[in-house]
Write a protein that binds this ligand. Structure first.
Ligand code: SF4
Length: 386
């Protein structure tokens, strides 16, 4: 076990001429802190738009934290409510995803259980430089393991976050006999687990990097894709400058003979395009909020109004006999769309634990045998890890 009291000088930084006391950087903020040290400066304007993925993530974490590892897990909405794990209003929308993610949780836990002796959920881990609550923790004399559940569908590098939990655990308990701390980032939606083994040298590097980054707080602003997660994104001059140069670069790229642009330049432009898209999204939500209050705003050339549109949707089951009476098979086919993902999730949710993959495969095979699945190729430019 070790505990190093940090010198006074690194516990403060200067923000707009004022000396501010440094607070430790939470593990969940570590990826952003590693990408841009100034992201830990407290924001003057709070920007926290509601987000469906964030809502779902909180709900699933809340649920997982309440289930007892090793005991049967609830498998569907009814069982979740019966066990009193959440309120019914929590499940008002996207319940299928909750069931799907719980199913994935059960599968992942089945595979990881051996790595987590004496497992604990929601364990508070503290150290002088980073403290937070880790989703899953297990240790004995030989091994120590950290786990973090992710419910999102966009992959990001969570190694700094896991390293921070490992660091706090190392400060608290010391290194296990194996000389390694295992860390697992479990992407429930993607069915993917990223695993790292951290040694004492890695912990020293983490600590060293932390102080290097701290030295840069308020001095270095490093804008990029990660700014989309930063609470300072509305007020950061570094990001504004990045957006200005991104807009310029995209305009130039749009009128440049594409052969003249290298692959590297085109790949780099993707981040700049994403920054501009976020600026447009922020403008759209500001415009909508203003129209919700004023109904109409004007400039010299035109006015913008908030117009209400009522859209009708058809209840598939209730409409079914009417549709059959009035439409041919081909016409019916043209106006119907069935979500394969939702249908598969419903089959998985009903199947008993351990048989979910099999039930899914059987269902898809049956659909294929009935020639009911059309495969088509879509092309999408996505950033992936190198
Ligand atoms: S908005 Fe971007 S550049 Fe500015 S502090 Fe946050 S992460 Fe750094």
């Amino acid at each position: 076990m070790r505990y190093v009291p940090f010198p006074e000088s690194v516990l403060t930084y200067t923000d707009r001429g004022e000396t501010v006391e440094y607070q430790d950087v939470r593990p969940s903020s570590q990826p952003l802190f590693h990408a841009c040290p100034s992201s830990v400066l407290p924001p003057a304007i709070v920007y926290n738009p509601p987000s469906e993925p964030a809502w779902l993530g909180t709900l699933v974490h809340k649920l997982i934290a309440k289930v007892r590892l090793g005991e049967p897990l609830p498998e569907n909405e009814a069982q979740v409510l019966e066990a009193g794990l959440v309120q019914s209003e929590d499940l008002e929308h996207e319940d299928t995803q909750v069931e799907f993610l719980l199913g994935r949780f059960a599968e992942a836990w089945g595979e990881l259980v051996g790595d987590f002796p004496g497992p604990k959920q929601e364990l508070r881990l503290s150290s002088p430089i980073t403290s937070g609550t880790c989703d899953l923790f297990g240790r004995d004399q030989e091994v120590m393991s950290i786990g973090d559940w992710k419910t999102g569908s966009v992959y990001s590098n969570c190694k700094p976050q896991l390293m921070a939990y490992a660091y706090a655990a190392w400060v608290t308990y010391g290194m296990p006999n194996s000389g390694r701390i295992s860390a697992h980032c479990i992407w429930l939606r993607m069915g993917r687990v990223d695993t790292w083994e951290f040694t004492a040298d890695d912990m020293d590097d983490f600590e060293h990097r932390h102080f290097q980054q701290l030295e840069q707080v308020g001095k270095v602003f490093n804008p990029g894709t990660h700014c989309g997660f930063c609470p300072r994104q509305l007020e950061c001059e570094g990001l504004r400058e990045y957006e200005r140069s991104a807009a310029k670069a995209l305009i130039v790229a749009g009128v440049t003979n594409e052969v003249a642009l290298s692959d590297t330049s085109v790949a780099e432009l993707k981040s700049q395009r994403d920054a501009i898209k976020r600026a447009i999204d922020r403008y759209d939500s500001m415009l909508k909020a203003r129209l919700m209050v004023k109904g109409r705003i004007e400039c010299d050339a035109y006015a913008i109004e908030l117009q209400q549109q009522n859209r009708a949707s058809v209840h598939p089951i209730k409409a079914w006999p009417v549709l059959l009476d009035n439409l041919t098979e081909a016409e019916l086919n043209d106006c119907m769309e069935i979500s394969k993902t939702k249908a598969v999730n419903a089959v998985r949710a009903k199947a008993v634990r351990g048989k979910k993959k099999y039930a899914e495969q059987e269902f898809v095979d049956e659909l294929e045998k009935a020639d009911a699945i059309n495969y088509h190729t879509v092309f999408q430019a996505r950033k992936v890890a190198k």
